[in-house]
Design a protein around this ligand. Structure first.
Ligand SMILES: [Zn+2]
Ligand SMILES: [Zn+2]
Length: 400
């Protein structure tokens, strides 16, 4: 059996690689090899999705603290790796709990054992809390945890599943008699390609009703000759947001029969039509706001850009330097659903053309280093933004 193991980006979003492996032992060895390099990774097999949680140096040198709460119990589970030793503390929240120490032949094996333990607990519903990270910041009068938002990294496989799947590239669902959407700028219907399709009924439960119903589709014109790439937003927060105009983002209800028009011919810098990468599932991660989003959340959107408040926020969260705040509470890079925009050049948040309210992120597209997804953006990072009240209002902001 050939098992495809995909390493997906972790919080830092820096690593992506797909490997074809024959058995679990081979997968474990590869995983060990990556741990030796201290690469922060998650492992997911697309045959049978199993995710080992991100291992980072920070996580291994401090500790991983998990909690589980339901109507019956409130438990904690803490894992510390000290060289070849794995120390586990567990028990009822509020008690000291019990301690268990195991020794392994090598540091790597200790790390692997620790990450498997963590994985087991996460599968049982434990969640990693920021207790330890939060404790790092002393003398704080603001708690960063109130700004945590979930985001979801896509778990993918190459190839097309169905017209209704969530996917990058490939064939979109099109209504009966509908042809491929044409470019609003150059009208070259032949070159509009599907970048992303989200089936809103297949999103994580927390957001199944958040963005609307049906499908969200984003097409972009990839024609080399296409003009009119960006236009300034009428209303924007932070720096002036430039909206990419040769895109189509829409929400549609797949109620009729689907159309299967021939694939468009693509005449552009790309060699070919983007092949599909299907999104099979989602992995939840904790997301933290970029600094200017934090200012907006604490003091209001009209205060974004207020330099005095910038220092104040860092101080109130218990840090001396902005970089430390960013290191400990990063905005998730790479592709993700929801969460906070990882602005490449500072906040460029457009307002809704109808109500002028700042638009929020539905999806962040950043394909860099992602070997299984077509190279759509080069170095850049794109944000599909939507008005929370006017769910048919979408924009695409891109920066690098
Ligand atoms: Zn065009
Ligand atoms: Zn609106």
């Amino acid at each position: 059996m050939v098992n495809k193991i995909t390493f997906i980006p972790d919080m830092e979003g820096e690593y992506f690689e797909t490997n074809y492996l024959h058995d679990q032992a081979e997968a474990d060895n590869l995983y060990l090899a990556i741990l030796r390099k201290s690469e922060p990774v998650c492992v997911s097999s697309t045959e049978e999705i199993s995710i080992i949680p991100p291992i980072t140096e920070a996580l291994l040198t401090q500790k991983v603290y998990l909690e589980f709460s339901d109507s019956k119990s409130h438990k904690f589970y803490e894992v510390v790796v000290k060289q070849t030793e794995v120390v586990i503390n567990y028990g009822r929240i509020g008690t000291a709990g019990q301690s268990l120490t195991s020794t392994y032949p090598t540091v790597e094996k200790a790390r692997l054992a620790a990450s498997k333990k963590i994985h087991e607990k996460l599968k049982k519903g434990y969640v990693q809390t920021v207790k330890n990270k939060r404790d790092l910041a002393e003398n704080k009068d603001l708690d960063i945890s109130q700004f945590i938002r979930p985001a979801w990294k896509p778990l993918v496989k190459s190839g097309d599943d169905s017209l209704l799947s969530s996917k990058f590239g490939g064939r979109p669902w099109l209504a009966e008699n509908e042809s491929w959407p044409t470019c609003p700028c150059c009208g070259q219907s032949s070159s509009m390609q599907l970048f992303l399709q989200l089936n809103l009924s297949k999103l994580p439960e927390a957001v199944t009703r958040e963005y609307g119903n049906g499908l969200i589709q984003m097409f972009e014109c990839t024609s080399f000759d296409c003009q009119g790439m960006v236009k300034p937003a009428q209303v924007s927060y932070g720096r002036v947001a430039y909206l990419v105009s040769n895109v189509l983002i829409r929400m549609i209800s797949p109620t009729s029969e689907a159309a299967m028009p021939p694939l468009p011919q693509v005449y552009d810098e790309y060699e070919d039509f983007f092949p599909a990468t299907t999104i099979l599932g989602w992995q939840e991660v904790e997301d933290y706001p970029e600094f200017e989003d934090l200012v907006a959340l604490i003091y209001g959107w009209d205060q974004v850009g207020n330099e005095t408040l910038k220092d104040e926020v860092v101080e109130r969260l218990g840090f001396e330097y902005l970089d430390d705040l960013r290191d400990f509470f990063p905005t998730v890079l790479g592709c993700k659903l929801g969460g906070y925009p990882g602005w490449a050049q500072g906040m460029e948040c457009p307002g809704c053309p109808i109500c002028q309210e700042p638009m929020r992120q539905v999806f962040q597209l950043a394909i860099e280093n992602d070997s299984s997804i077509p190279d759509m953006f080069g170095d850049g990072i794109g944000h599909i933004l939507q008005c929370q009240s006017h769910k048919h209002e979408f924009v695409f902001v891109w920066a690098c």
